[in-house]
Design a protein around this ligand. Structure first.
Ligand SMILES: [Cu+2]
Length: 350
């Protein structure tokens, strides 16, 4: 048994403790999950709700949200700095009926979970059936993640990277139906010296030729008259630093392609980090297989200017079936590109 200690909740107040749920009793409610002894005390606690969303194409949809009302697909992007240890309290608000309808393996319990890539956690935070770290309907569970910092003297490379988190329980013991339904999101671990973007967008490629669990035109809700920024409305002003985090779900291979922009095939994607042009490949297309995630930062419209820049899977059959959206780069004053949008010849799958 790994030695653990109770987390010390510093400055968290009564609110987050109360939000642990009615199932927690007295002093237990005020104590966090067991934290491995090699981890620092958690400095933050995040609430995460798994919630049913409207069906899409007669398929059940479930999303994670910081609140039940804000649940979305992908779920909220969780950001950490190297050196941080955080708690995530997962609340399962998905009905047993829905979980039963999605279940294809009768041995799998009716629940949801939270499984992370990249960060450190122990078995109690693995989010799997065999480790009994899942959450039944109406219940909550606290997961602990640690972003171990780099330490060159000790040969520790650190945790910084573009990772993701997802369910590992819904449908089968691998969360196959949970992933298909929408239980996933991006996890970014930053090094303290990393540049911060003006905005981060997440694209998740999934089976059924879906991008963020949708097919074009549902992948792109952009309105030039009201250019809100969201994962279905990828908007930037020319010159802004924009970050993309890209995830592959399911069982299909994809290639992730963005028009009008290039990035370095390294941890950050930042071209300025490339010490010399021959040391790291500069790319505009990247193969991404199930379970993979990568990210990068670009300067919107750098050299290429404003425009409705296509973003799609470059597997031709996938893009033809709707694995497409657009990166809408306005001018430096925030004015949308001239002309009609969507264009008159835009077909359903472009
Ligand atoms: Cu694809």
């Amino acid at each position: 048994m790994t030695p653990t200690r109770r987390a010390v909740l510093r400055g968290l107040g009564a609110g987050p403790v109360a939000a642990l749920g009615a199932g927690a009793v007295g002093i237990e409610a005020a104590s966090a999950a067991d934290v491995p002894a090699s981890f620092p005390a958690p400095s933050r606690r995040i609430q995460l709700y798994a919630v049913e969303l409207p069906d899409y194409s007669n398929e059940k949809r479930i999303g994670y949200g910081r609140t039940p009302e804000s649940a979305s697909i992908p779920g909220p992007t969780i950001e950490m700095l190297e050196g941080e240890c955080i708690e995530i309290v997962l609340h399962n608000e998905v009905s047993a009926e829905t979980l039963e309808a999605l279940r294809t393996d009768e041995h799998t319990p009716l629940g949801v979970s939270l499984h992370a890539h990249g960060v450190r956690y122990d078995q109690a935070s693995d989010g799997t059936v065999h480790s009994d770290s899942w959450v039944a309907p109406g219940e909550s569970r606290t997961y602990v993640w640690y972003a171990r910092p780099a330490n060159r003297a000790k040969g520790i490379v650190g945790t910084a990277g573009y990772w993701w988190y997802h369910d590992h329980v819904v449908g089968t013991q691998h969360g196959t139906a949970g992933l298909a339904a929408g239980l996933f999101g991006a996890l970014i671990v930053r090094r303290r010296s990393d540049p911060l973007p003006a905005h981060t967008y997440v694209t998740a490629f999934g089976d059924a030729m879906e991008l963020n669990a949708r097919r074009y035109p549902d992948t792109d809700t952009y309105d030039p008259a009201d250019p809100v920024r969201s994962n279905t409305s990828l908007v930037a002003n020319q010159g802004e630093r924009i970050e993309f985090v890209n995830i592959a779900l399911g069982s299909e291979l994809h290639t992730w392609h963005l028009h009008g922009h290039t990035w370095a095939d390294n941890r950050t994607g930042v071209l300025a980090d490339v010490p010399w042009a021959d040391d790291v490949a500069v790319i505009d297309n990247k193969t991404i297989g199930p379970g993979d995630s990568f990210g990068f930062q670009v300067i919107a419209g750098d050299m290429s200017g404003p425009g409705h820049w296509m973003l799609h899977c470059h597997l031709q059959t996938h893009s033809d079936m709707g694995m497409v959206t657009f990166f809408h780069v306005h001018d430096r004053q925030g004015r949308p590109p001239a002309g009609e949008w969507p264009p008159p010849h835009a077909g359903h799958g472009m």
